[in-house]
Design a protein around this ligand. Structure first.
Ligand SMILES: Cc1ncc(COP(=O)(O)O)c(C=O)c1O
Length: 486
């Protein structure tokens, strides 16, 4: 199935050669293979990480101009994931997303994106000077989260904006919900423009048939994956994949080089090289383990009074075509406490740290790094919390329908660069927002920089506050004031 020998780890091997040669280091970093490191830190870390913490030289290659082991490591990554080219990002998926955007749109070009994008997409749009055209994702009132966008939404938005230069979608979502990416890809390509995918939460897709299909399998033109989030790479390591039909690989490489440090960590890059080997050779079994453990957790948690963990029953709802079962969203609305409260209880009393919390939910990220013991610890803690709280509080109210997306009076880059001044929100109607305003749940902006503040939005914010729901994003934590473009 692979064209290359996936048991190779060329970058890690080159670093091992450097270590085995007992090289005398007259290069940075100044700690010189750990000799100059603070003792307490070294005692904790051990010596090995410092021995491969090196800089750019011929033996270990250069991330910016790869000709040796890094080039080979990236080719192996492309082969493992079925892309035409892959690049290492040590600037996370954030850097890779900025790169994808800056590779397909220029100043003044339209790019179609979901409303609930990660801040790195906004950063890419500010940096490129592009014009975002927003699509509203599907919202789930029971769980209080946003799912993907439907293929109909993509098609309608393209019909209204046939001059758009690219479409970006998030797939799967943070909560593991996948949209109809294959159909979306076909629709986008019927306009002969690229589909780029924020696949931060999907570096394991494609290695197990019980997971949603990956962006590359669906025919997308580019995707970025946080290999550090789900598979075995260290924090900051991501992959950017390209299919070359509609994308200029060299342009992508140039942009990535523009955005990344000239001193990328070889420790991190070696971890990515080895994580690719691991997922390519053993992904299926490892992911079977992760899926079994998270399915067990889902089943057990669904039997605890006050908790609900969505699963296959939501497939077929708008924006939900398949699920990544390793993401365990634990809804605690019926327990009468917020997800924020539950997060704190688990952290402070049980020393269990969740990935995120919102008003209704906490999210556990499952992976093949989990153990049955740890899953049982979570289940036991949730049982105790249920005994303590179930039946005592009130169910949190449904979130309120989001007002329509307002007019964009300035592009995000101009709004970002312009001078701003704070005004009372209630006096800001008709002005141009200089800030984001987010409604939680479902974590969607009601206002983005450059957009017109409407009466509907001001009334909505008041209603959110009156209902005890959250609104955030402005510099003023109380959201009494909002910064507007002068
Ligand atoms: C949907 C989404 N996209 C992109 C990112 C950015 O990824 P990274 O942290 O690897 O930069 C995140 C991070 O949480 C995310 O949730």
């Amino acid at each position: 199935m692979y064209k290359l020998d996936q048991s190779e780890t060329p970058l890690f091997d080159a670093l091992m050669e450097y270590v085995n040669r007992n090289t005398i280091p007259f290069h940075v970093p100044g700690h010189k293979k750990g000799n100059g490191i603070d003792e307490e830190f070294k005692n904790f870390m051990g010596e090995n990480p410092f021995k491969i913490d090196v800089t750019v030289f011929k033996l270990v290659d250069s991330l910016h101009h790869p000709t040796g082991p890094i080039k080979r490591a990236q080719q192996l990554a492309a082969d493992a994931y079925g892309s035409d080219a892959a690049f290492f990002s040590i600037h996370g998926t954030s850097g890779a997303i900025q790169t994808m955007i800056m590779s397909v749109v220029n100043s003044g070009d339209k790019i179609i994106i979901p409303r609930n994008v990660h801040k790195s997409v906004t950063a890419g749009i500010i940096l490129s000077g592009a014009i975002p055209v927003y699509m509203q994702p599907e919202l789930d009132k029971t769980i209080g989260i946003a799912h993907g966008v439907t293929s109909e939404t993509v098609e309608n938005t393209l019909k209204q904006n046939p001059d758009a230069k690219a479409v970006l979608i998030i797939n799967p979502t943070y909560y593991g919900v996948a949209a109809d990416i294959k159909k979306i890809s076909d629709i986008v390509h019927s306009y002969d423009i690229p589909l780029i995918v924020d696949e931060a939460h999907g570096p394991h897709l494609g290695f197990n048939d019980n997971l949603p299909i990956s962006a590359m399998q669906a025919g997308a033109d580019m995707c970025s994956q946080s290999t550090h989030k789900i598979i075995g790479a260290m924090t900051q390591c991501s992959l950017l994949h390209i299919r070359s039909e509609r994308i200029d690989i060299h342009k992508v490489q140039q942009v990535l080089s523009l955005l990344q440090t000239t001193s990328p960590s070889y420790v991190l890059m070696a971890s990515l090289d080895c994580a690719r080997r691991q997922i390519a050779l053993h992904g299926k079994e490892l992911l079977n383990k992760a899926i079994d453990l998270s399915s067990y957790a889902r089943y057990k948690i669904n039997n605890i009074p006050g908790f609900y963990c969505f699963g296959e029953e939501i497939v077929g709802n708008p924006g939900v075509v398949s699920l990544d079962p390793t993401k365990i969203t634990i809804t605690c609305r019926d327990l009468g406490i917020t997800g924020y409260d539950l997060d704190m209880i688990l952290s402070n009393k049980y020393h269990i740290q969740m990935e995120l919390s919102d008003l209704y939910n906490i999210l556990a990220v499952g992976s093949f790094g989990d153990t049955k013991e740890n899953i049982d610890a979570l289940i036991n803690a949730l049982e105790e919390v249920s005994t303590e709280y179930y039946g005592r509080g009130n169910r949190k109210s449904d979130f309120l329908d989001i007002p329509p997306i307002p007019r964009q009076l300035e592009i995000p880059r101009d709004a970002f660069n312009s001078e701003k001044t704070p005004v009372l929100l209630k006096n800001s109607i008709g002005m141009i927002s200089g800030e984001f305003l987010m409604a939680y749940p479902p974590g969607i902006p009601v206002l983005c920089p450059g957009e017109e503040i409407t009466k509907e939005i001001v009334d909505y914010v008041q209603e959110l506050k009156d209902t005890g729901l959250y609104v955030q994003g402005t510099e003023d934590p109380e959201v009494e004031y909002i910064k507007v473009v002068k």
